[in-house]
Design a protein around this ligand. Structure first.
Ligand code: PMP
Length: 398
């Protein structure tokens, strides 16, 4: 009955990760998947999470269904984290928010919502971008296109081209944007560039979808959300997805949020209802455990302060690794400009390495980097950074 179906080739990033695990070499280095590792190479179990779980674990609780839109305390925490404590839009009741199944679940619900609201609209995604954005929106019936974003040869943003591309879009087009820690390049718009972009989006009556999977990993929890808040302050109607996968090291718990900023409280109420209707027909209700832990960490002042320190620690480690990798590469390769490592921020860096160089790194040195040349920086640590920079220098020397 299903013999006609194509075989799924697997996700290229996860596939390369599997290859890494099968590689018997002891000195191998995994820079493929976007996971945060600590300096010991472990995925951290945050102390704030452990303490929240200990508190909640003290009571054995029945497991009824959560509300379709998620826990009220969780949804308020998402609004506060994404839009800020003093947000006018939140206070005015103009923001519809649901607890989502990770950031990916927020994108899926948002995609279904957009397609139902504007069935003829298409979405524009950065070039380069995250492949799964294309898959998610196409899966929801939305055609995907790209706008110019980054020149990987020149290691620079193509901001003027980006504006030009967006100015040419039909009204009510959807535009996928990363407020911070752009995946895959690590190159973000400056505050001034956001200020220039927002009026272009408004003038074109475009509908932005802000995907914030790495809040806190760039410059800070508040700073990273700055573009989302600036967009809300400018009065735009838009969607914002956020994820606790990275900043709470909570990958498998699938905790995220989807918020839609509307023009009025009445509109937000309609939107909230439509989001619920979409969730009801996809997975009905979100899971409880991760939701309760997240809500507790975000709302308890002591756990919140601890969590903010832990996010700061992860952010500082990434920045330190970036500086160290840059210094080592520039020392090993006089004349080589590794400035991109410290100019880019968040988990990822775009190395600009060619396919042949990436292949040589894998084959000769056991250094695994995905085909776009994107490295996941927290895969580096005190034990492997010298080895990595030496391998990269060897490949760059040719
Ligand atoms: N958006 C981007 C840009 C991402 O990089 C990721 C995670 N790789 C997500 C969304 C999805 O996050 P989650 O794991 O919470 O589904």
């Amino acid at each position: 009955m299903f013999e006609h179906l194509e075989k799924y080739a697997g996700d290229p990033i996860f596939r390369l990760g599997d290859e890494f695990h099968q590689d018997p070499r002891e000195r191998k280095v995994n820079l493929t998947v976007g996971l945060y590792y600590d300096d010991a190479g472990r995925i951290p179990l945050l102390r704030s999470v452990q303490q929240a779980e200990a508190r909640l674990g003290g009571e054995l609780r029945p497991r009824p269904y959560l509300p379709i839109e998620g826990l009220p305390a969780y949804r308020s925490a998402v609004q506060e984290l994404v839009f800020g404590a003093g947000s006018e839009a939140v206070r005015a009741g103009r923001v519809a928010t649901i607890q989502s199944v990770g950031g990916t679940g927020a994108l899926k619900v948002g995609a279904d919502f957009l397609h139902a609201a504007y069935p003829d609209s298409h979405i524009w995604i950065s070039d380069p971008g995250w492949d799964n954005h294309h898959a998610i929106f196409q899966g929801a019936g939305i055609a995907t296109h790209t706008y110019a974003y980054y020149d990987s040869q020149g290691q620079s943003l193509r901001f003027e081209r980006m504006l030009e591309d967006l100015r040419a879009l039909p009204r009510h087009s959807f535009v996928l944007l990363h407020p911070c820690c752009h995946n895959p390049t690590g190159a973000d718009l400056s505050r001034e560039q956001w200020q220039a972009l927002i009026p272009v989006l408004a003038a074109g009556e475009l509908i932005p979808f802000m995907d914030m999977a790495y809040q806190g990993f760039g410059r800070g929890l508040d700073e990273d959300a700055g573009p989302v808040r600036a967009m809300a302050d400018a009065g735009l109607t838009f969607l914002a997805a956020n994820s606790f996968s990275k900043n709470l090291s909570f990958y498998a718990e699938r905790c995220g949020g989807l918020s839609v900023v509307c023009g009025s409280a009445d509109e937000a109420e309609r939107v909230q209802g439509q989001l619920k209707a979409i969730v009801r027909r996809i997975y009905s209700n979100p899971p409880m455990h991760g939701g309760q832990v997240t809500a507790l960490v975000m709302s308890d002042p002591e756990l919140r302060a601890l969590w903010e320190d832990e996010v700061a620690e992860m952010r500082a480690r990434i920045a330190a690794v970036r500086r160290q990798a840059r210094e080592q590469l520039e020392a090993r390769l006089p004349g080589y400009d590794a400035g991109y490592l410290t100019e880019q921020q968040g988990m990822f860096s775009y190395t600009g390495l060619s396919a042949a160089q990436l292949h040589a790194l894998r084959a000769e040195h056991g250094v695994y980097i995905i085909d776009s040349g994107r490295i996941s920086v927290p895969g580096l640590n005190t034990r492997n950074i010298d080895y990595f920079t030496e391998a990269m220098a060897a490949v760059l020397r040719g």
